[in-house]
Design a protein around this ligand. Structure first.
Ligand code: BJW
Ligand code: ZN
Length: 243
């Protein structure tokens, strides 16, 4: 912890990558691990373009259920600590794999969403993007675009390319960053999984926060084992208290 504080104290530019673990204490399920979504649901049947083509109703039901879980959730102390970090350092970028919007709800400003947002939908035909929250009356039909095309969740499924702009801007910032923090991600989904390696290769100091060791623990400079909602507020308190 003290090494992490020292690294952050001298940092002018801080890059943060977050994953599902950061929202875990808000009651939003992670994907992998004992309580993860992929234990009871199949990624192939729900989070691929093929799955949506095969059974759009099943896929929408799953996303509607997840929306309802997220709408009941509140940002936690980890989200709030990252808002404080953004206000404390000179340059800050938060790249999130989460689709739950909780970073923005907490008040983070410079946020890039790598895997989309569960509260947006995109037309399968014309590509138009709309804000989308499941309404009960839509239960019988599937959500449609003004053009008549079928709407799909505006998230990135396996096999799909991630938003080029977000990825480009994230790497551009990472290039100039002093410290990269990687919080609450298993580090197995590409291309986000490449971030720690890219950071190390460019001499950016890396700090991982996770409840357990992960695929990336061996390459980071500092690995802090603990809950994001406990570690991050503690880190921020020490950073701002000057200890
Ligand atoms: C806590 C905690 C607490 C718990 N505090 N911590 C190169 C090599 C190998 C494979 C590929 C590759 N390139 C592409 C692939 C294929 C694929 C991939 O990576 N597969 C791997 C699984 C092997 N990648 C893709 O398809 C990507 N597209 C792409 O690369 O396009 C180019 C291309 C196209 C075609 C061919 C080749 C290249 C797209 C990936 C999209 C991922 N989509 C999902 C669903 C999003 C929508 C939705 O939400 O429904 O994104 S999958 C899911 O995993 C979701 C997450 O954002 C993502 C990452 O998960 P995350 O956040 O790490 O969560 P978990 O659950 O895995 O981990 C939680 C962690 O938190 C754990 O470590 C816990 O310990 C920890 N934790 N409580 C702190 N309180
Ligand atoms: Zn359309």
């Amino acid at each position: 912890m003290s090494r992490a504080v020292a690294l952050l104290k001298h940092a002018r530019s801080v890059f943060v990558l977050t994953g599902a673990g950061v929202s875990a204490e808000s009651g939003v399920p992670t994907f992998r691990g004992t309580d993860g979504l992929w234990r009871n649901y199949s990624a192939e049947q729900l989070a691929t373009p093929d799955a949506f083509q095969r059974d759009p109703r099943l896929v929408w039901e799953w996303y509607h259920w997840r929306q309802s879980v997220i709408l009941k959730a509140e940002p936690n102390l980890a989200h709030q600590a990252l808002v404080m970090l953004e206000q404390t350092v000179e340059n800050f970028l938060l790249l999130t794999q989460n689709v739950d919007n909780l970073h923005r709800r907490a008040g983070s400003k410079n946020v890039l969403e790598l895997h989309g947002n569960i509260f947006r939908a995109r037309c399968s035909d014309c590509g138009k993007i709309v804000e989308y929250v499941f309404a009960q009356e839509e239960i019988s039909g599937l959500p449609k675009c003004q053009c008549g095309g079928l709407l799909r969740p505006d998230v990135i499924w396996f096999g799909e390319t991630i938003p080029a702009d977000a990825w480009h801007d994230a790497l551009d910032f990472l290039n100039r960053a002093d410290v990269a923090m990687i919080c609450g991600t298993s580090g197995v989904v590409w291309p986000a999984a490449a971030i720690p390696g890219i950071a190390c290769g460019r001499g950016v100091k890396t700090i991982e926060v996770n409840v357990e060791s992960t695929a990336i623990s061996s390459i980071v400079d500092v690995s802090i084992i603990g809950k994001a909602a406990e570690v991050l507020p503690d880190l921020l308190e020490r950073l701002t208290a000057g200890t």
